[in-house]
Design a protein around this ligand. Structure first.
Ligand code: HEC
Length: 128
């Protein structure tokens, strides 16, 4: 009887330890890298097929404000090095997904994350 209690206790400790270790692992892995943990990279960067799909989406949803060649209209030029809201993948994704106060609509409900990344891959391909 006492032995059963001890075994139960030991198993509980082992399980708890396992949970703690599993949660600790990603933290130490992220700490070892040089890049900030929250920086996201475009999974479609440089992917020719994705760039082509991104162009179709851009022409349908974005060109009316940013111009057919993304060089600006009522919305800013997206092919230069000037970024109001930051030009990293993480920042551009946040802009397109969540929208920005200055008149940039949110596309979260209308475009899948994957489609947003493809549009960004297309925008990158136009960089001058
Ligand atoms: C209704 C017009 C409109 C549409 C449609 C639109 N945008 Fe915008 N967009 C804007 C405006 C206006 C801004 C500038 C917001 C500001 O000044 O803060 C902007 C800003 C941006 C920025 C940030 C630029 C910077 O310098 O930081 C990105 C990136 C962007 N748009 C991408 C897109 C993409 C991709 C689409 C299509 C999915 C799109 N936009 C559709 C009007 C639009």
């Amino acid at each position: 009887m006492k032995q059963a209690v001890l075994i139960t206790f030991a198993v509980a400790v082992a399980v708890l330890l396992g949970v703690v270790l599993m949660q600790a692992r990603p933290v130490s892995a992220a700490g070892a890298g040089a890049a900030p943990a929250l920086e996201i990279k475009n999974p479609f960067a440089g992917n020719t097929a994705a760039v082509k799909e991104g162009e179709t989406i851009f022409d349908a949803k974005c060109a009316e404000c940013h111009g057919g060649d993304a060089m600006g209209g009522s919305g800013p030029d997206l092919t230069d090095d000037k970024w109001i809201h930051g030009g990293s993948d993480t920042e551009v994704f946040a802009t397109v997904s969540g929208g920005r106060k200055g008149g940039m609509p949110s596309w979260k409900g209308e475009l899948k994350d994957e489609e947003i990344w493809k549009v960004i891959a297309y925008i990158r391909s136009l960089h001058k």
